[in-house]
Write a protein that binds this ligand. Structure first.
Ligand code: AMP
Length: 425
């Protein structure tokens, strides 16, 4: 016996039966994106390690602990993308599309990779839908991205959503605030978790984001960033809040929300779902006005988010709203030696319906069992008798009723069967 292979820890297969819910979410995300005027961008799954080290930030958990990094055959250091924004920014710069005052509305979808401890809702390969508006500082862009994200989740039927917003300031007001909390935390340095002791040196703002309960207690007493915003940052934040109010989005202000990535400026937001437990963020994003310049492009501001597809599916399941597999397939069973006629009939019907054709030479019983297994709603039986008479037997697999139909009338009979029980004749 050969070795049995298994999917690697933190990765999963999506099998038929489950894939339909994925496809429903993905299709809804594409529809939602184009409804808001976003166009798709696809970037490679791996990039130079340096891109993420710089673009995500050396002080982040992602870069310090979670990247899948490896040398290729020529010794270049490559990394499987842990998030989508750095690659999108690189692509725009490379194509000469990152230009001041040139607006791009872009979305992406696909796998991301992070070497983290797997648990419910946290995987090593996971999937995101994300969107970016590049080329404007307007707070309306921040609002649009929030509406895009929340709109999809609401359209999918999710109810227990909480939108949290904050501002993390910019290069004018943040340094002084960072210093303020560093000074406030220094006397209690030894009480902080090991990660936070390091964060205190590298990027004190990230201590606010720590999930360790004893650290949360300490952080709770710190002055919020919102009290230290410079005037332009405050005006921007006020405008975002007004925009959300105007759009009827309910939100909470969360002074502890700083997000894991270093490149955020001003607006930071997250959408949580109450039933997701510890990993409750379905999606999150914010403004990153400095990123494109940091990656060697011109000074072009941007804002965006990403949403986890697995977590969205878990939230939908928790609310009993997971999209069910479609059961509209027609299964074509046939008598021995009628392969040619069956193929011809299947091809004709496929201009309108999804038709699976039985491939084996076998009895009707096993063929109908297979029809059930794939979730077909209707079976068509083309036996010798039917073939001679120019007819087909149509069996409604829900009710079990069946009748003979002339081939010329088959389509209307199928319509009727798919819409409801087969009428008795
Ligand atoms: P982030 O880039 O960390 O803000 O993540 C954005 C969204 O991606 C989160 O809100 C999650 O829904 C999802 N996500 C992030 N990391 C993981 C992971 N390891 N496994 C599954 N989903 C994740």
């Amino acid at each position: 016996m050969g070795k049995k292979f298994q999917a690697m820890r933190g990765t999963r297969d999506v099998l038929p039966g489950e894939i339909e819910a994925w496809q429903a979410v993905e299709e809804a995300a594409r529809r939602q994106s184009s409804r808001f005027g976003f166009r798709e961008i696809r970037t490679p799954l791996f990039e130079a390690t340096e891109l993420f080290a710089r673009g995500v930030g050396d002080s982040t958990d992602i870069v310090r602990k979670e990247m899948y990094t490896f040398p290729d055959r020529k010794g270049r250091s490559l990394t499987l993308r842990p998030e989508g924004t750095a690659g999108v920014a690189r692509a725009l710069i490379e194509a000469g599309l990152a230009r001041p005052h040139e607006l791009h509305r872009l979305y992406y979808m696909g796998p991301m990779f992070r070497y983290d401890r797997p648990q419910a809702g946290r995987y090593r390969q996971f999937h995101q839908w994300g969107a970016e508006i590049v080329g404007t500082k307007s707070p309306w862009a921040d609002v649009e991205t929030i509406l895009l994200l929340v709109g999809l989740l609401v359209d999918l039927g999710l109810e227990g959503l909480v939108v949290k917003v904050n501002s993390v300031g910019d290069e004018t007001c943040r340094p002084a605030y960072q210093e303020k909390i560093r000074q406030a935390l220094l006397p209690r340095r030894d009480e902080l978790c090991e990660d936070c002791r390091e964060r205190l040196d590298r990027n004190p703002l990230r201590v606010l984001d720590c999930k360790v309960p004893s650290d949360r207690e300490i952080v709770k007493d710190l002055p919020p960033m919102l009290d230290s915003l410079c005037d332009p940052c405050r005006e921007h934040f006020d405008a975002v809040k007004q925009g959300l109010d105007a759009a009827g989005v309910r939100y909470e202000i969360d002074p502890g929300l700083v997000r894991g990535l270093d490149y955020y400026t001003r607006t930071a937001y997250e959408v949580h779902h109450g039933k997701l437990g510890a990993q409750s963020a379905v999606g999150g994003g914010g403004r990153y006005d400095g990123l494109i310049q940091l990656l060697g492009g011109p000074a072009v501001p941007a804002v965006g988010f990403s949403m986890g597809i697995e977590r969205t599916l878990i939230a939908l399941e928790e609310e009993g709203r997971k999209p069910a597999p479609e059961r509209d397939t027609i299964y074509l069973a046939r008598g021995a030696g009628l392969g040619g006629q069956a193929v011809r009939l299947a091809q004709k019907l496929r201009s309108t319906y999804a038709v699976a054709l039985d491939l084996e030479e076998r009895g009707l019983g096993p063929q109908l069992k297979q029809a059930d297994r794939i979730g077909a709603r209707v079976a068509l039986i083309l036996g010798e008798d039917e073939a001679k008479a120019g007819e087909v037997t149509l069996k409604d697999l829900g009710s079990g009723e069946q009748r003979r139909v002339r081939e010329a009338e088959l389509e209307s009979a199928i319509e009727q069967a798919l819409r409801g029980p087969v009428a008795r004749t």
